[in-house]
Every structure is written in structure tokens, then in C-alpha cells.
Design a binder for this molecule. Structure first.
Ligand SMILES: O=C(CO)[C@@H](O)[C@H](O)COP(=O)(O)O
Length: 228
């Protein structure tokens, strides 16, 4: 089972390895690695082949992983019509669900639905979606996810202008007194992690940097140190 969300505090950098980059032929081994690391969350990317041009995995994988992993299940829905599936992701073990601003016609209703099922709710922004689009939802959400690559694939290069967006999200959160954490996802490595945290990030999602490392437990620890 996943542990509680008590670490949803702004005290230290949260590292969230992205399962997308794991070796699915040795998934138990990779989950054990995450369990034995300083990662606080496990990031689970769901792609539908419509909102993004790729298909990943869904409820059955998440349900099994959530049984085996001791970390917070951080589910990132890159799908159209997420409301249709949110209750099923809750059943599968999701604790944080992030939907895309661009995929939700009635974003406030979607956030209410996530909260009604006793989960934390996040909103993700694609690289070209301005931060000011969150003005009227920031008070209601637990997480802002700044996509620092175009969503759909792991292993892409960090888009540098998203540093400015992280700073804008930090300003919005501080100005409005929102409780939201800032999560950044895509192209994060040991070279850019410090600047990302300095810009205002609370949660670093890292796929290839962690799972392609010869010492992933150490890499997770180094990412966590990035904010210091
Ligand atoms: O959501 C996504 C991609 O759409 C990410 O979570 C990636 O899985 C991050 O992978 P890296 O860029 O760290 O390799």
C-alpha cells in the first residue's frame, strides 16, 4: 500500500520517479528500488493516444503497482474526458490525480470530483499554456504541474522557457495564499534540478535520469539535494 500523504508539505524537495522509464520486464526490481530510495512519490503517466500521441498503461498496471509500492501514487492523466475514469483510478490506488487544463471543459467540476473521492487534485499545463489560466482555480487545487516537455514521451530535452513559468506559478501561489505544490515534469537531470528548485519547484518528476542511472537510489538522493 502507498503511505499517507503526510509529506505533502513544503519542507523538502519531493522526488517522483516516473514509472514510464522503468524496465517493465523487471518491474518488481524497479519498484523495490523506488521503495528503498528517498523518493517520496511514484509518478504514474496515463496516456490515451488522443490527448497525447502515445499510449502508456492504465488501471490494471496501476492497481498492481500500488499494491507493491510504498510511495505516494501520483497519477498524471494525459487523457481526454478524465472525469469518466477518475473513480476507477481511485480504486486502483491513486492518491494524487492531475488532469490537464487543456483536456477539461469543466475544470472546477473535475477538481470537485477528485476531492469528493478523497484524493489530492492537480492541474497540469502544457508548455504553451500560460500560468495565468490558473487564476480562477488556484485556490481549489493541491498541485500545479508545469510540463517542461511536450507531454507524451520520456527522454525529451527540458524546455528552458518553462523556468519562467515555474517562477510565475510560484508568484501566483504566494500571492493568493494557495496551498498548491509546484511539480515539474520532463527533461529533469542532475544539471538542471537546482535551477528548477530555485525557480520554485516542490516536486521533481524524473524518468530517464533515474531509471537509466547506474545507481538510481543515489541519483534520487542527489535530485533531492538539489534544493539545498
Ligand atoms: O509525463 C511525462 C512525459 O509525458 C513524463 O513524466 C516523463 O515520463 C518524464 O520523463 P523524463 O523526461 O524524465 O525522461
Amino acid at each position: 500500500m502507498f503511505k499517507t500523504l503526510s509529506n505533502l508539505e513544503k519542507k523538502e524537495v519531493i522526488v517522483a520517479p516516473s514509472l514510464l522509464a522503468a524496465n517493465f520486464l523487471q518491474l518488481q526490481h524497479d519498484i523495490d528500488m523506488v521503495n528503498n530510495s528517498e523518493a517520496a512519490w511514484l509518478h504514474l503517466d496515463v496516456m490515451d493516444g488522443r490527448f497525447v500521441p502515445n499510449i502508456s498503461y492504465g488501471m490494471p498496471i496501476i492497481a498492481q503497482v500500488s499494491q507493491a509500492c510504498t510511495k505516494v501514487a501520483d497519477v498524471h492523466l494525459m487523457i481526454e474526458q478524465p472525469d469518466l475514469y477518475i473513480a476507477d483510478f481511485k480504486k486502483a490506488g491513486a492518491q494524487v490525480i492531475t488532469v490537464h487544463q487543456e483536456a477539461c471543459t469543466h475544470l472546477h467540476r473535475t477538481i470537485q470530483l477528485i476531492h469528493s473521492l478523497d484524493m489530492k487534485a492537480g492541474v497540469a499545463l502544457n508548455p504553451a499554456t500560460p500560468v495565468h489560466t490558473l487564476e480562477d482555480i488556484i485556490a481549489d487545487i493541491d498541485l500545479v504541474l508545469i510540463m517542461s516537455v511536450n507531454p507524451g514521451f520520456g527522454g525529451q530535452k527540458f524546455i528552458q522557457h518553462t523556468i519562467k513559468k515555474i517562477m510565475q506559478a510560484r508568484e501566483l501561489i504566494d500571492r493568493t495564499g494557495s496551498r498548491a505544490l509546484i511539480e515539474v515534469d520532463g527533461g529533469i537531470n542532475l544539471e538542471n534540478a537546482h535551477a528548477i528548485v530555485q525557480a520554485g519547484a516542490d516536486v521533481l518528476v524524473a524518468g530517464s535520469t533515474v531509471f537509466a542511472s547506474s545507481n538510481p537510489v543515489q541519483t534520487i538522493a542527489q535530485l533531492k539535494q538539489a534544493g539545498k
